[in-house]
Design a protein around this ligand. Structure first.
Ligand SMILES: [Zn+2]
Length: 171
């Protein structure tokens, strides 16, 4: 067991599980004592930016050894999943109730799928990648609704959110 301050073994377990089902996993800075583990005073993306140079993990999945190494060394890391072809998924990233209302107002359907509640009151709707792939976009479908596709990533459960909440799979 390797549990350091603010860190938990559950991030390691989640990282290994996600890798096991074919997802490309990366370590993302976590939240300890209400602040980003990057320790930069002006961090604009607390708990949401990768801890490593992650670009290669858009084209190859980390080995079990790599995942084990990251989350053992940094037990407080949030767990990131790279979207796009490498993981075979794309994600509708809906920012809070406002984002959800904006999306529903477009009349687009929201097919039932695996959903993560972000610790900040948003949703990640995770879909299988269609043939031809999906590109990233920000507020293109609707305001406060982003698409995470090729070259994107999401923060996944059981990561911690700057608001104090945790990302959780929706039951
Ligand atoms: Zn940071």
């Amino acid at each position: 067991m390797n549990v350091s301050k603010g860190g938990e073994r559950r991030n390691l377990i989640a990282g290994l599980d996600y890798r096991q089902v074919g997802l490309s996993v990366i370590p993302v800075h976590g939240i300890v004592d209400g602040a980003c583990t990057c320790e930069k005073p002006g961090c604009t993306s607390p708990g949401k930016h990768p801890r490593i140079d992650w670009r290669e993990f858009t084209t190859r999945r980390a080995t079990e050894e790599e995942v084990r190494g990251w989350f053992t060394r940094w037990t407080d890391s949030n767990v990131g999943i790279v979207t796009g072809a490498i993981s075979g998924i794309w994600v509708l990233d809906i920012d809070g109730e406002e984002g959800m209302q904006n999306l529903l107002a477009t009349g687009l359907e929201l097919p039932k799928t695996l959903v993560s509640r972000t610790g900040g009151g948003g949703w990640h709707y995770i879909y299988r990648l269609p043939e031809g792939g999906i590109k990233n976009s920000a507020s293109k479908i609707a305001k406060k609704v982003d698409v995470r596709g090729e070259g994107g990533f999401i923060v996944a459960p059981p990561s911690k959110h700057i608001s104090g909440g945790s990302y959780e799979w929706q039951q």
